[in-house]
Design a protein around this ligand. Structure first.
Ligand code: SF4
Length: 405
């Protein structure tokens, strides 16, 4: 019997309040649907398991789950018993690896010590805490429901109940945010020693409150130079403090780091890089459950419908197939290009040998034209076995990706 490694993503689309910058599929004031939603997600897990071998055009495959990521929305908003029910359903239907990374996103202001204890008991071993910024007026401008002190409580509770792998999400490039604000936030967070820090530059999404305010000139974005200065400041401070920059927006704490070692940092242990995200950037397969969840199986990318009520109704009325939307059926050329595009997000880039092993083709020949152009523009470098972004490429990564779309 064949074994196939997969990741699982669970989408919990409920939030206490919609943040001003958010265009994710999440709803405020619909938590009363939690029980029906959980039941529907469990039904979907059973359905997909039954049909998995059909999707893979094979007879029998044991699906070995390497990572489970519970994201949203705000998964920590709903009663933890629902999270447990979903995890139990996964365990009933899949072989979950004994070392599987199981992450849940939590937002300060929606978690208690008891909830975190319950997460720990059910086998969740990684927390991702959405802090974003620490200054009260910036938190307010973003429409976050919490204060920095709420975050500190959440962080302390998490450590008290024994979470040893914690990510903190931060944002840069915000209206009214200064380089000093970014420094202060980083100093605070570094002093707490989380195992992982993600730092995202604001993307002004169409139709959000923030976009409206910027359009109406009530708020002003920092200039591109200012935003880039924040990015490079983040990179410098985190690297000096033992965090390996392993993807454009992601930093993982290196084990046994001392300040003297930071120049040879790539040799240090990267135990805390997010396995779930790395699998996505390495083009591994995953299945998403819940409204708006995405999946990638057997060269097909599909998503579930976003409307949470419709998602539930379709499952309750035994019309589950109506929830699926095929986004892309890849041919080999598309799959290879996407592998490059995703792989170049990683700071260590794409290994030429790994590409050859996977596709029996040499990316240097396959993408000769694109690579030559990007090397001439100093956006990427080909260094031995590796194709990766240069420092300039980090600032203009979009131009690089366009070559592989
Ligand atoms: S908590 Fe996250 S998902 Fe919910 S509205 Fe805010 S940014 Fe969006």
């Amino acid at each position: 019997m064949n074994t196939k490694n997969i990741g699982i993503y669970i989408h919990i689309p409920f939030c206490k309040q919609k943040c001003n910058y958010c265009d994710f599929c999440s709803y405020a004031g619909k938590e009363s649907l939690s029980a029906r939603y959980t039941k529907s997600v469990c039904e979907e897990i059973k359905f997909v398991t039954k049909n998995f071998n059909t999707l893979n055009r094979t007879k029998e495959i044991v699906q070995n789950v390497k990572t489970i990521y519970i994201g949203g929305g705000t998964p920590s908003l709903i009663d933890s018993k629902y999270i447990e029910q979903i995890l139990n359903e996964i365990k009933l239907n899949y072989q979950v690896d004994e070392n599987a990374e199981i992450t849940i996103e939590v937002n300060p202001g929606t978690v208690t010590l008891e909830k975190l204890e319950h997460y720990k008991q059910m086998g969740i071993n990684r927390l991702s805490i959405g802090l974003q910024v620490i200054k009260p007026d910036l938190l307010k401008m973003l429409g976050r429901i919490h204060t920095y002190y709420d975050f500190l409580d959440t962080y302390r509770f998490a450590r008290n109940v024994g979470f040893e792998n914690i990510n903190v999400d931060l944002m840069i490039g915000l209206p009214n945010q200064t380089l000093l604000d970014v420094n202060d936030a980083l100093e605070e967070i570094i002093s707490l020693e989380p195992q992982h820090i993600s730092v995202y530059s604001l993307i002004l999404e169409e139709g959000t409150n923030l976009e409206k305010q910027v359009k109406e000139k009530n708020l002003e974005l920092p200039s591109e130079e200012e935003e880039r200065a924040m990015y490079w400041q983040v990179k410098k401070m985190l690297e000096e403090n033992g965090y390996k920059h392993y993807e454009i927006s992601n930093f993982a704490k290196m084990e046994n780091f001392t300040r003297d070692e930071h120049k040879e940092s790539s040799n240090l242990n990267l135990k805390y890089a997010s396995k779930h995200n790395l699998d996505c950037w390495n083009q591994e397969e995953y299945i998403g459950f819940g409204s708006a969840a995405h999946s990638y199986i057997n060269m097909v990318r599909y998503s579930n419908i976003e409307d949470v009520e419709k998602y539930i109704e379709n499952i309750e009325n035994r019309m589950i197939e109506k929830n699926y939307i095929i986004q892309e059926k890849q041919n080999m050329e598309e799959k290879q290009k996407e592998y490059m595009l995703l792989g170049l997000r990683k700071i260590d880039g794409v290994s030429i040998q790994e590409f050859k092993n996977k596709f029996v083709a040499n990316p240097v020949f396959l993408y000769h034209e694109q690579l030559e152009k990007l090397v001439n523009e100093e956006l990427i470098e080909v260094d031995g076995d590796v194709i990766k972004l240069t420092d300039k490429g980090l600032d203009f990564a979009n131009i690089v990706w366009e070559e592989f779309v």
